[in-house]
Write a protein that binds this ligand. Structure first.
Ligand SMILES: Nc1ncnc2c1ncn2[C@@H]1O[C@H](COP(=O)(O)OP(=O)(O)OP(=O)(O)O)[C@@H](O)[C@H]1O
Ligand SMILES: [Mg+2]
Length: 247
């Protein structure tokens, strides 16, 4: 689905990514883990061309989009659903309008169709009946689920999640992890998930990539990660800080 080769990113004169190679297979969940500030969120943005790479290739369904012009990116973006760090709902819109936004704007569905589809989506994420509420009235876990409903409204081929479980309690984390798995099982979607929650990574990933200071320093299945003898992977797994912790 996505294959990144030899990717470098430079922002404000600072090298953020060095020689990244990553493959996200169709219908699978690829998880990227790594410490705070290592470049995960920027990677998702570059990979989907919300930010520009410095050099390298980004194949999306076999087409290199790394340096595609803005207007040629429109059809690519329509195939991608985003669940941003923090959910990023429109505070002034109720949940119906948040979820139905793209259906109205992009698919030009009638109000009645939007209502039906939005009801289905909310039901699918386990939030039946919240359509008339506003984001501020929902818990963090509910907002994350609304964010997921919105991201999949257009039936994208790829869903990109940035820290979907950060700040959630263990039960809500489980609910969100289950939804990521349900997306794969029921809708055959491809997901790329950025997280620093190792337990979530083990539960959802087919393939895990570990990023460190802008480079990929390990890749494997959850099982391979658990059994890895690589010292840096073990340090991360066991929660040991390496060098001074940046706050
Ligand atoms: N627009 C930007 N311009 C310049 N530097 C940036 C920009 N956005 C991010 N950075 C820098 O890129 C680095 C990686 O940031 P990024 O947000 O990708 O980290 P992260 O791995 O997602 O961290 P966290 O786990 O805390 O979310 C940081 O050093 C950050 O300061
Ligand atoms: Mg981040």
């Amino acid at each position: 689905m996505i294959e990144v080769k030899n990717l470098y990113t430079i922002l404000s004169g600072k090298v953020i990514h060095k020689n990244i190679h990553l493959k996200a297979e169709k219908g699978k969940t690829t998880v990227i883990i790594g410490r705070s500030g290592c470049g995960k969120s920027v990677f998702l943005k570059v990979m989907t061309r919300l930010l520009n790479p410095y050099s390298g290739q980004i194949f999306f369904e076999k087409k290199d989009i790394a340096f595609l012009k803005e207007k040629d990116l429109i059809p690519v973006r329509l195939k991608i659903g985003f669940v941003f760090q923090g959910a990023a709902l429109f505070d002034s819109m109720n949940i119906y309008d948040n979820v139905g936004f793209a259906l109205k704007r992009i698919q030009k569905m009638s109000d009645k169709e939007v209502e039906k589809k939005t009801d289905e989506l909310l039901e699918w994420v386990g939030l039946r009946g919240v359509g008339n509420a506003y984001p501020a009235e929902l818990s963090g876990g509910m907002r994350k689920r609304v964010g997921i409903a919105r991201a999949i409204a257009n039936e994208p081929e790829l869903v990109v999640f940035d820290e979907p479980t950060t700040g959630l309690d263990p039960i809500m984390t489980d609910v969100v992890d289950n939804l990521i798995n349900k997306l794969k099982q029921e809708k055959n979607m491809t997901s790329i998930v950025v997280t620093h929650d190792l337990k979530s990574a083990y539960k959802t990933a087919d393939s895990i990539y570990m990023m460190e200071a802008g480079s990929i320093m390990g890749q494997g299945t959850p099982e391979e990660f658990k059994n890895s003898r690589d010292e840096r992977i073990q340090q991360f797994i066991n929660g040991k800080a390496e060098g001074p912790i940046k706050v």
